[in-house]
Write a protein that binds this ligand. Structure first.
Ligand code: AMP
Length: 202
């Protein structure tokens, strides 16, 4: 069975709106993070956007792997690279792009807490309501019965490549793939983008 999830392509203006919303909530709470821990890879761009908005200059990376290729969960969330810098004594905000099961952010915050920050909060641009871990701050909540795979701008080509390859198993060729992505995933993909991921016609 070829898996083609319902998808929603997130635009840069939407991403900026989510980052604005999270930053506004952080400011309203009166918290002043000194270091942002960005989960790589999904949380890396959001971490930078929040750093810009909150005036936080120090970013630290932490690598967690959970989902392998697009919308295919890769067993349990695993921490595959530790914190790239010290956070002891710091007020820390741990950031990811989306909490779906919530396992990645939970694992990351447990690991970060063990590094003895002065305080620790978490944030995600998007939160799916069924997640078992609720971030301290999020920009938008997706209801539990409206699950979608969010195609973020930083994952566009990777997601499109995976989805197009799966769609080609159902209906090969530019037209077949475009139609399948539209019907099954709800994605309207420009033909040039499909050409780029599918390569020259055989
Ligand atoms: P999770 O551990 O299930 O909360 O998912 C963590 C990571 O998997 C996120 O940082 C995303 O990069 C990716 N991910 C999981 N679910 C989705 C989704 N519905 N849409 C886009 N990316 C997702």
């Amino acid at each position: 069975m070829v898996e083609l999830p319902r998808c929603r392509r997130a635009t840069w203006p939407e991403v900026e709106g989510w980052a604005d919303a999270v930053a506004a909530k952080v400011r309203a709470a009166g918290t002043r993070p000194e270091t942002i821990v960005g989960l790589t890879r999904g949380g890396w761009v959001p971490a930078r956007l929040l750093g810009d908005r909150l005036g936080v200059r120090r970013l630290v990376a932490l690598r967690v792997q959970h989902w392998g290729v697009t919308a295919a969960r890769d067993g349990q969330a695993r921490l595959t690279e530790g914190l790239s810098g010290e956070i002891a004594g710091e007020a820390v905000l741990v950031v990811d792009d989306i909490t779906d099961t919530g396992d990645s952010l939970r694992l990351a915050s447990e690991h970060a807490r063990a590094a003895r920050p002065r305080s620790l909060e978490t944030a995600a641009l998007v939160h799916i309501a069924h997640a078992t871990f609720v971030p301290t701050y999020f920009g938008e909540e997706i209801p539990r019965d409206a699950w979608v795979w969010v195609v973020f701008p930083w994952n566009y080509w990777e997601d499109l490549g995976t989805l197009a390859a799966r769609a080609a198993e159902i209906a090969p060729g530019l037209e077949g793939v475009g139609r399948t992505l539209r019907e099954r995933c709800g994605l309207d993909v420009p033909a040039d983008d499909l050409r780029r991921v599918l390569g020259p016609p055989r």
